[in-house]
Ligand binder design. Structure first.
Ligand SMILES: [Zn+2]
Ligand SMILES: [Zn+2]
Length: 136
């Protein structure tokens, strides 16, 4: 059985459908995610690019570092996606799915820059920076 999940930005202009299982789900506490989202961390669902279909408008993309781009809704500004230029995955924020409980986090990354008032989930693995493979 293939699981299909739908989601969208705040205004609904950008919408997506995901089919298949994620490669990971991480609470990323890095400074770039903090700046780009305006929140202390982003829970990213890491999906193979082929698993994601844009069912509404596609995001607008901006280069956010030498290695990566971030997508956002051109109508309402919601951050909706992250990709490494050379990466095989596309990351979508877990809370944008219509079922916001569909993808709970599996680990915590870049905890070295977590805010002092953010409580880490003691049930999950913690990584001071990204994982060993360099993703996130
Ligand atoms: Zn929008
Ligand atoms: Zn991050």
């Amino acid at each position: 059985m293939t699981r299909v999940q739908k989601g969208s930005c705040l205004c609904g202009h950008v919408a997506f459908t995901v089919e298949g299982a994620p490669n990971g789900v991480t609470n990323c506490h890095c400074r770039m995610c903090q700046k780009a989202s305006g929140a202390p961390y982003v829970t990213w669902v890491e999906l193979p690019r082929a698993a994601v279909q844009w069912s509404g408008a596609e995001p607008a993309w901006r280069t956010s570092s030498r290695a990566a781009m971030r997508g956002f809704c051109p109508a309402c500004g919601t951050p909706v996606a992250f990709v490494y230029n050379e990466g095989r995955d596309i990351d979508l924020p877990s809370v944008l799915f219509d079922d916001p409980e569909a993808y709970p986090p599996r680990d915590e990354t870049w905890t070295e820059s977590r805010r002092s008032w953010t409580v880490l989930n003691g049930q999950l693995p913690h990584h001071r920076r990204g994982r060993d493979d360099g993703e996130l």
